[in-house]
Design a binder for this molecule. Sequence first.
Ligand code: HEC
Length: 386
Amino acid sequence: MNNNPLFAVAAVYDNPDKIISAVTKIANSGYRKFDVNTPYPLHGMDGAMKLKSSKLGFITLFFGLMGAATALLLAWWTLSVDYPLIIGGKPFFALPAFIPVTFELTVLLATVSTVICMLTFFFRFPANSYPIHDTQYMKDVSGDKFGVYVEAADSRFDLTELTILFNETGAVRIDQIYLPAKEVYPLFQPKFLWFLFSVFVITSIITYFSLNKLMYMEPFDWMADQQKQSVQKMSAFYSDEFGMRTPVKGTVARGFIPYKYLGQAVPADTMKNPLPPTSSVLELGKKKFLTFCSPCHGNFADGDSRLRGQFVNPPSLHTNRARTMTDGFIYHIITNGQNAMPSYSSQVTREERWSIINYLRVLQKAKNASDADLKMAKKESVSDGK
Ligand code: HEC
């Protein structure tokens, strides 16, 4: 009745027990290329079909490990080999900091590749037709019937043996399913391709001549043409022809207070500390000192750097020189930098700088207290009731 090659022989059952016993027999007879279609999952079917567990888990494992390795290698190479950066005195390859990224990349690669591999390798995406579609068999098993089909491609395939097996196990229908006739898509006929090609060529030529030659039109001129001055470009508007303008002489930009002694190694005059050493000022000073100064100067300003020789060790700030510096000069060092020490004016605000200096004074006092200081501290703690 059909000249196309046979794809499979299929049987439909009306009872789950019957199909399980049929499938057990098929699997025991050595068939491998067969599949089962049931309206709902049947308990015991995996065992009856002798299915092995899916290999998808290995793909997940492989790509998960790849993700973890990629993240760790990237973090290690960028931050320890290519561009070693000291961050808060920590080791270059500070593992705890890279755990979140490693975790994210592991999960990302594992899940995305699992889905992609499942669709492409296991479900053969984008195959969207299959010989058993559009058959009476498919209609039955989409309703209340249970079906099994054995592919003709199976090396054990024996049509008469299978028909007998199906009949013995109580099949209500036995179908032979043929491969569909090969379709020739009119889309890929040479005539049509030539037509497409000529449409492309003719439209391009007409568009080119009408837009570019007949009436000159820019396709989109949204913001290309407008009155504006780019900083790096020449200007026809200003007499000096510079696009980049310098600030008007004698004016100060909003929020900007110029520092008078910038660039001077030892300014002749310095500023006065406007902040009294109140507890909130010292609290702020301590916090900022520990954040910005302690990596090099040490937690107690002893000059015991945490940078393990990656940067010049600074001197102790308990020297006579540092103790007798004016507040204004220390402010100058923080703002301007001194020799190897860079300027901290962009990280530390003016108020924070003065607070750090007040806190530094506390540290210096604590490491160089005189008897009189101790007596005064005792008296104060007595009057506090401690
Ligand atoms: C990157 C490391 C580093 C950091 C961070 C740093 N310093 Fe320094 N600092 C140095 C070095 C190095 C010197 C010595 C510079 C020199 O040779 O004159 C120095 C010198 C100083 C001096 C002068 C000491 C002297 O005897 O001349 C003061 C005061 C000082 N630092 C205060 C600070 C304060 C306050 C901070 C926090 C805002 C800070 N430093 C942050 C590296 C640092």
